[in-house]
Each structure stands twice: as structure tokens, then as C-alpha cells.
Design a protein around this ligand. Sequence first.
Ligand code: GLN
Length: 254
Amino acid sequence: MLKRTLLGMSVVALLGLSVLSGCGDKKDTSAQSQEKILRVGTNPTFAPFEFQGKDSELTGFDMDLIRAIGKQMGYKVELHNLAFDGLIPAISTGNIDMAIAGITINDDRKKQVNFSNPYYTSGLIILVGPENNDIKSLKDLEGKKIGVQIGTTGAFKAEKVPGAKVVTFNNSDEQFLELSNKGVDACINDHPVVAYYLVQGGKGKMVGNVMEEESYGIAMKKGNEELTKKVNDALAELKKNGEFDKIQKKWFGA
Ligand code: GLN
């Protein structure tokens, strides 16, 4: 135990920052003046949750939320731009402390990571080109070419459509671009992201209903209950003090 503590302290000294509960050591007596850093992974191609704004700074609902959570916890947030399907592996290896990227909480992912309490309710929708009048539902996608983003719930949904050819893209931007180039017949993606794309002038239209409800959560290392609790406490406080509502209004209106 003593050895572990000493080791933990020397790592902290080496890095010049204090590490969040990685070694389960609660007696962190390192200089409080030193900035505590939270390494947060995201994939900024998912407007309005995370995307690159002017000067390529990372912006969006999730970005405001995680900065507010970090502040509430007393940590500076350091954002890491990763592929969406690389986020959970990066948490597992300890390269990042957590990930926020409109990540849907599901059973498969729950086996690999801890999730915070849900912070946003979403669902999938189909996007087709402006001139497409024959695709109106998931059933109509049978045998069609469907664009999806790798490792997402939209991709898992498309893979279940009989006879469909699923074309996988690294991010949502590429997926939408391919639809406008008519390289795919339709896309499946999260409703708020597709709606935002259209509002921003993207070409196409949404068809059918929003599919079953999905909830977004912040992913953290499996079994790190201490960090999970801190994040949940911060989230609850932001909901209580009105900060969460402010962020919600900023990105989604009233
Ligand atoms: N909510 C979807 C998922 O978790 C898509 C997330 C994303 O593309 N950033 O799979």
C-alpha cells in the first residue's frame, strides 16, 4: 500500500499534475495549487454536440457541458480529438480519463466502460437526398446503400436491414457528403445531428419516425466508481444551479 502511494506520488511529481484516482489513492496531498487535468476524448464531427468552430477550436453542447463539469469538479479539461470508435479503447488503456461524444448508453458498451447518468435523450433517423421519394421508412432501406459512421448505433441499425449494403465512414461529415454526392441512398444517424445539418443548409430530408429512444452518457473507465460519482455529482449540481439549462438553451433553444 505504501509502495503504491509512493509510486503514485512520484508519477504525479513527474507529470506535474495530479492524476484522478487511477491508483485508488485517496490521500492526494500534492500541491493544491497545481492544475488538475481531466483528459477527455471526443470526436468533433457531430454538430451540435462536438465540432470544430472558427480557428478550429472545439465547440458544441458536449464541449460546454464537459468544461462546466470539469470546472465544477475543480479540473481543467484537456480535449483529445480521436476517432469515434477509438474512444472506448482509449478509456480502457488509460490514455484518456473519459469520453463525451454523444455516446449512446447501451448494454454492450456498459460491459466495457462506466457511464455517467444520462444527460441527453436522442434517437436515430433516416436522411435521404432532397429528390428521393421512395424511401420513407426503415423497411424501404432493404437492398439499398446506407451510409453510416463506424461503430455507431446508426451503423448497428443499418447492419440489421435485410439486403442493405452498409457503407461505413469515419465521421458524420464524410457520411453526409457521400449522400449529397449520391454515393449512398440514405444515411442513418442521430436525429439532433441530422436536424442540425439540415438547419445549417445541408441538402436532404428526414423521413420516417425517430427510432427508439437513446440516452447519451459520459464514458469512463470500467469500475472507476469514484470518478463516475464525481461526474454524476457535478452533473446534478449543474442541473440544479441552472448551468445545464443555459447550455441546453444555447444549443437547442428553449
Ligand atoms: N449516438 C451514436 C452512438 O453512440 C452516435 C455517436 C457519434 O457518432 N458521435 O453510437
